[in-house]
Ligand binder design. Structure first.
Ligand SMILES: Nc1nc2c(ncn2[C@@H]2O[C@H](COP(=O)(O)OP(=O)(O)OP(=O)(O)O)[C@@H](O)[C@H]2O)c(=O)[nH]1
Length: 385
């Protein structure tokens, strides 16, 4: 099948319209769960309107007076459904949800009692109206949820046990048509429940992603925090690839804080994070592992390249003199490098990089030191075990 670009465009157009309609009143929501409930309510209005219209059309086409009458008694509820959106637009989510459930319940009761009876299985809708409020209403409104559950179960139970006589003309509808209408009716219930579950799942996945991001990210610099960095470092070690670990510590950061203020100190840390991000190549990764301490894993082709890149990072920072709102700030960093060829333990690796950093601080700061450089004969990347 060939899909024309114009039909893709119009699908995108209607998709966007539906999405903006589904988000009616979203500006009043606090948090993802409220958003999810609001969208579920708005989408349900849309489904209810479409369902009533489709059944009305089918009833008119069938030309049966009883069925057409059943469609007619549903029209007032159809006209009242936009009230739900009006409540949501005003930020009154609870009233909106309550209105939705009361309208669809009354709609089903009147269509069933005045025309259809239980012939088309309309009573099954009460099962759906019994369980959905638990997903739509806030937990604090549990009495409403319980009331809706009990009243719908009672309605279903009553009509299922005692039945209800349909309009006499409905007896003339062929059995096949009745069966088809029953299937469509139950199918529309199942579709509504499916849509509600899909929306819930989508929001649950988004929530999880957001929480994961917050748990892994340093809020000041946007870099992975210590926990996330260490996790990735551990996975890198398990991958058994050669790499170098850099620990980068700001020199005399306390002085920067003391002389220019804590805010400038924060801006300096953000500046450094940007510098680290700019120096990331390929699968390299960086993180903020302490107050003024950063770390970076670099994958390079040769040990010499590891050193050249560490030295270039140091020089770039030292020569940047960024203006952090208080004129140029002279920032330098000391870098401890440990080149590793796994197998190597995380503790050993960190200890060696820390030792190298300590050496860099001891030898005057603003320099790069490599772990195990004491040994002349064994290259440092082989000394790591
Ligand atoms: N502005 C700001 N300062 C921080 C943050 N986290 C830690 N610090 C400061 O970083 C400073 C670290 O000071 P020290 O450990 O003495 O290290 P230093 O002054 O950089 O000295 P050397 O590392 O020896 O060169 C402390 O004053 C902390 O208050 C932060 O998030 N923002």
């Amino acid at each position: 099948m060939i899909i024309k670009p114009s039909s893709v465009n119009s699908m995108a157009f209607w998709g966007k319209r539906l999405l903006s309609y589904a988000k009616t009143g979203i500006e009043h929501c606090h948090g993802k769960t409220q958003e999810r409930r609001l969208i579920q309510t708005n989408i349900s209005v849309f489904i209810a309107v479409i369902t009533i219209l489709v059944f009305n059309l089918a009833f008119v086409l069938l030309g049966n007076p009883g069925l057409m009458y059943s469609g007619l008694v549903q029209l007032p509820f159809l006209l009242l459904l936009p009230l739900v959106l009006w409540f949501n637009r005003k930020g009154r989510r609870h009233e909106a949800t309550l209105t939705l459930f009361l309208l669809v319940m009354l709609d089903a009761v009147s269509a069933l009692m005045l025309a259809q009876g239980v012939t088309l299985g309309l009573q099954y809708y009460f099962l759906m109206f019994a369980v959905l409020p638990a997903s739509y209403l806030d937990a604090k409104h549990w009495p409403t949820t319980l009331l809706l559950f009990l009243s719908n179960i009672l309605l279903f139970g009553y009509f299922e046990v005692y039945g209800w006589q349909a309009h006499p003309s409905i007896a003339e509808v062929p059995t096949f048509t009745i069966t088809l209408l029953r299937i469509i009716m139950v199918g529309s219930c199942a579709t509504t429940v499916l849509v509600v579950i899909l929306i819930s799942e989508y929001y649950a996945a988004q929530n999880e992603q957001e929480l994961q991001y917050l748990a892994d990210t340093d809020s000041l610099t946007g870099l992975p925090n210590r926990r996330a960095f260490m996790g990735r470092l551990e996975r890198t070690i398990k991958d058994r690839r050669s790499f170098s670990l850099l620990i980068i510590d700001v020199d005399h950061f306390k002085q920067i804080n003391d002389t220019t203020g804590h805010q400038t100190g924060d801006a300096a840390l953000q500046f450094l994070a940007n510098q680290l991000n700019a120096c990331i190549q390929g699968e390299d990764f960086a993180g903020r592992i302490g107050g003024e301490e950063f770390a970076m894993v670099q994958f390079c082709a040769s040990p010499l390249e590891h050193l050249v890149r560490a030295e270039s990072l140091r020089k770039t920072i030292a020569s940047a003199h960024p203006d952090l709102g208080v004129g140029p700030v002279y920032l330098t960093v000391s870098i401890g490098v440990c080149m590793a060829t796994p197998p190597v333990s995380l503790i050993t690796l960190m200890a060696m990089a820390d030792n190298a950093l300590y050496e860099a601080k001891r030898s005057g700061r603003n320099c790069v030191q490599v772990a195990a450089a004491k040994s002349e004969s064994v290259p440092p990347w082989q000394a790591v075990t």
